[in-house]
Design a protein around this ligand. Structure first.
Ligand code: 0PR
Length: 376
């Protein structure tokens, strides 16, 4: 900061220049975020002053949060689920595992996650003092239940399954994990950050939510496939008693307890999530998912035509192409103003077909990708 401020228009000009350096979503084919729905943006601005760190002052906004949790509970198979809206998938995963750890309170606790788990679990394990055990995957990059079973011991406080893995969009066999969890009396958390707003709207049905007995908690991020504003992730517990393991008392406030990890937290993205859930309904999300799955099929057909393998037959709207020297291809695509991503192990070109991508954009991209590969 300087001693003297500058005119508003100067500041806005400075910011416009910075913003121009960002990549517009139309050129992004490798991100799990998307342009928020215009209604979400409008409502976000209307609720910009709200702080659910103090629900006593914002009882209306608190009711909205409860409504969003009810809507998510209904979508995910348990209308009576308890929960709250966190700042994102990372906070949701940390908090779910914190509840699981606090339920047992044993020394040297460990958790078992699939090898495909998002790095937020590394953070969670570090923050919570948990040993992180990684279970092997099968040839379709789904977690191998036998490997999970092998890793379980008396220190295991939670198992994790993923519905929509970060790299391949794959869905773990949650029903098989649930059986293992039930027979070993262990907590099961489902990371549906990406898939929670995809899987329920696919033609093919997958058991992944509270409909599966043995699933203790689920999280899903409206700021990914929900087209909500950042930050928005729903964390849901089947039993209120599990959520109560997150309670911290807030003695000097009028509302006497908090479950969230953060204190001050925005109600803006929560109201925005409420607005789009109400506005789009299941029908709207089915339409969005259909669009994204159509794009996914377009990529698959293109790959088939050019004899390029996909590592798995896409299950959700993520396609990973086996492309030789993919690391050379990325900068060549960047030169043409396309932004994609790669998987880590095995290495492939990772395309995420998000709602902001149109058929025209995809056709232009695939033409450029073909061209670049020929030149490489
Ligand atoms: N769980 C899964 C399955 C995820 O894919 C992610 C993030 C998280 C948890 C953590 O969520 P938050 O980032 O909300 O805390 N997945 C995306 C990824 O790593 C996040 C992302 C989104 C990264 C857009 C880059 C980007 O441009 O790919």
């Amino acid at each position: 900061m300087d001693e003297k401020g500058v005119a508003e228009r100067t500041v806005l000009q400075l910011l416009e220049d910075y913003r121009k350096k960002d990549i517009p979503f139309d050129r992004v084919l490798g991100s799990m975020c998307t342009r928020p729905h215009p209604l979400a943006v409008k409502v976000h601005m209307q609720y910009i002053e709200t702080n659910l760190g103090d629900p006593y002052l914002f009882p209306g906004t608190k009711k909205i949060e409860n409504n969003v949790i009810d809507m998510l509970g209904k979508l995910l198979g348990e209308p009576r689920a308890s929960g709250y809206i966190t700042t994102g998938g990372t906070e949701s995963n940390i908090q779910a595992l914190r509840a699981a750890r606090n339920l047992r309170r044993i020394s040297n606790p460990n958790i078992i996650v699939p090898e495909s788990a998002h790095f937020s679990f590394d953070k969670a394990a570090d923050v919570l003092g948990l040993e992180l055990k990684k279970a092997a995957l099968d040839e379709h990059y789904r977690v191998c239940p036998a490997s999970v079973e092998d890793l379980i011991d008396e220190g295991t406080v939670a198992l994790v399954g993923i519905a929509g893995t970060t790299e391949f969009g794959q869905i773990d066999p949650i029903d098989e994990l649930a059986e293992i969890a039930l027979s070993n009396n262990v907590y099961l958390h489902v990371d549906a950050a990406f898939g929670g707003l995809v899987v329920p709207f696919l033609d093919k049905k997958y058991p992944f939510d509270f409909g599966v007995e043995g699933v203790s908690s689920i999280m899903v991020d409206p700021h990914k496939m929900g087209a909500g504003t950042i930050p928005s992730s729903g964390l849901l517990f089947r039993y209120e008693s599990h959520m109560e393991k997150l309670v911290t008392s807030t003695p000097y406030l009028v509302s006497k307890k908090q479950h969230s990890l953060t204190g001050t937290r925005t109600g803006a993205s929560i109201a925005a999530t409420y607005a789009i859930f109400k506005h789009l309904g299941y029908e709207g999300y089915r339409r969005i998912v259909k669009h994204c799955m159509n794009l996914t099929s377009m990529v698959e057909k293109w790959a088939e035509k050019f004899k390029i393998e996909t590592f798995i037959k896409p299950v959700t709207n993520v396609v990973v192409l086996r492309i030789p020297s993919v690391d050379n291809v990325i900068p060549m695509l960047e030169e043409r103003n396309w932004y994609v991503s790669t998987t880590f192990k095995p290495k492939g070109l990772r395309l995420v077909m998000m709602p902001h991508i149109t058929e025209e954009t995809l056709k232009m991209f695939l033409a450029d990708l073909g061209d670049v590969m020929e030149k490489n």
